[in-house]
Design a protein around this ligand. Structure first.
Ligand code: ZN
Length: 507
């Protein structure tokens, strides 16, 4: 075998292959440093390796190695709802704070093994996700490879940061709030909106096929006297999801996106709306928590027929629903899987803390979906959700030329229900970001050129405690003081303070 002069070799003893849906033994992965891509894989005849290993080679024997995880539904600019409700974040936090938080989210996700994010909307921060994506791609900050939606599309009045203090839209009467979606109506209007998103740098088009837009009819309760609607409707849900776009509009969104070779994600709380989106030919349907119309069977058939991927966001259902409704969601996803629907893992991270993304895959396993299929949902199918080859990269499985995205777990997910939380190694584009369970190289420090520090005859060199050389050494420390990732289960829900919309669950 010819030597791999520009790269390194990652040696494994147990490697998951999403294409074969199988765990393989004794595979070594050859990686090119320059391109960040896999050069080739080869099967060793024994678990043994030549001793000593080459300097840059990595021994992951004894661990479970997988392609880097793909999260198919995230919001990098949102922090946990339970720390502060998302519409309050959109209303109150400065763009700077939200951006700083997003860079922390990106680090947390990468260290949790997520080398790719399909990020579905900035939530009132315009095209900031495209800029953050570019910063990651330029190596300015660590994070998953981002495929972004910029602003989601919604019809008039469909998706907003709402307030009762607004007498007339567009006037100076009442508060002015950032827009939360690119508003578009009619076939020509939605086509124009898709063109705008593509022009602004979107990798994926997201639209709200339905949303609970009637919230202001019976506004959420406000603490204190006089803050509650005394007799809310008792014959139907107070704020049900309603359709935002006609079939013709959904069809037009997909047709226009296809002209630009961009995948389409449809937010749909209801099966009936997901059915419309699937008929339109969307790449993915998101959520689909409720089957008011009793068309789940029909939806499953349509998803299979259209090869539509379902991203069920079970992790956000767990956060927001009672046990009974959450159980219903799990049962529905399992039935769809049994019926042949392709699933991608995307939990809606941002509603809960980034870094806890693997909860989605855990719930899928708890729902009865085989571990191997869940790992496919968290890798290979995620690549398809990003548009497949149309996204410009290959990742999520093993092949020559694919991105060198590699994750290693301490334990085997077939035996340990918490294995996906035990990420000990992360490589993205051939660069190591986590090793032996610790962050590596998370901070980019300016360094003195070698020729300026090779001679040290000045007074600072006498005790070795000061001067450029020791300063450089201190900058080379491998760890970065990451903000602690707080499990949202232990957090206190933010109170609704002055009557802003608080029940717009599912973003
Ligand atoms: Zn979302």
């Amino acid at each position: 075998m010819p030597p791999n002069r520009n790269g390194l070799v990652v040696h494994t003893s147990l490697l998951f292959d999403p294409i074969q849906k199988a765990f393989l033994e004794n595979v070594s992965i050859h990686i090119n440093h320059q391109t960040g891509a896999i050069v080739r894989l080869h099967h060793r005849s024994t678990p043994d390796l030549p001793s000593p290993l080459r300097k840059d080679d990595i021994d992951l024997r004894g661990k479970v190695v997988l392609p880097g995880f793909v999260d198919s539904h995230t919001h990098i600019f949102l922090s946990s709802d339970k720390e502060r409700f998302h519409s309050h974040q959109m209303r109150d936090q400065s763009p700077i704070e939200r951006t700083v938080r997003a860079t922390n989210h990106a680090r947390a996700a990468l260290l949790a093994g997520y080398t790719t994010y399909r990020d579905l909307g900035t939530e009132a921060l315009g095209n900031a996700d495209a800029s953050l994506r570019d910063c990651v791609n330029r190596g300015l900050t660590p994070g998953p490879r981002l495929f972004v939606a910029t602003e989601a599309l919604a019809s008039s009045g469909g998706y907003e940061v709402r307030t009762e203090n607004k007498l007339c839209r567009g006037s100076s009467l009442g508060l002015s709030l950032p827009r939360a979606a690119d508003i578009a109506d009619g076939v020509d209007g939605v086509r124009a909106a898709v063109r705008r998103r593509v022009g602004e740098g979107a990798d994926v088009i997201k639209f709200y096929a339905d949303y609970r837009r009637r919230v202001m009819r019976f506004p959420p309760d406000i603490p204190g006297p006089g803050g509650q609607v005394l007799f809310p409707p008792d014959r139907r849900e107070r704020n049900p999801a309603v359709v935002l776009f006609s079939q013709e509009e959904m069809d037009a969104i997909v047709k226009e996106a296809r002209l630009a070779d961009v995948p389409v994600a449809a937010h749909a709380a209801e099966t009936s709306t997901a059915l419309m989106a699937a008929r339109a030919g969307v790449t993915t349907v998101e959520h689909v928590f409720v089957d008011s119309a009793g068309v789940m069977g029909e939806l499953v058939e349509e998803l299979v027929r259209q090869k539509t991927i379902w991203v069920p966001t079970l992790a956000t259902a767990e956060e927001g629903f009672d046990e009974g409704k959450f159980e219903t969601c799990k049962v529905a996803v399992k039935r769809a899987f049994d019926g042949g629907v392709r699933l991608a893992a995307g939990g809606d991270a941002g509603v809960f803390n980034h870094g806890l993304n693997s909860r989605e895959m855990e719930i899928m396993i708890e729902a009865g979906i085989p571990v191997e299929d869940v790992l496919v949902a968290g890798t290979y199918t995620g690549w398809h959700a990003c548009g497949g080859d149309a996204c410009g990269f290959r990742f999520g499985w093993w092949d020559e030329g694919n991105r060198a995205d590699i994750v290693a777990l301490e334990t085997d997910p077939r035996k340990d229900a918490k294995a996906l939380r035990k990420v000990s190694f992360v490589m993205k584009d051939g660069r190591v970001w986590k090793r032996d369970g610790r962050p590596v190289d998370m901070i980019a420090a300016t360094q003195w050129p070698e020729e300026l520090i090779s001679m040290s005859s000045g007074p600072d060199s006498s005790d070795g405690s000061a001067g450029p050389a020791s300063e450089r050494a201190s900058l080379e420390g491998p760890t970065f003081p990451l903000l602690s990732i707080r499990c949202s289960k232990n957090s206190t829900p933010a109170a609704s303070d002055i009557g802003w919309e608080t029940d717009s669950f599912g973003v």
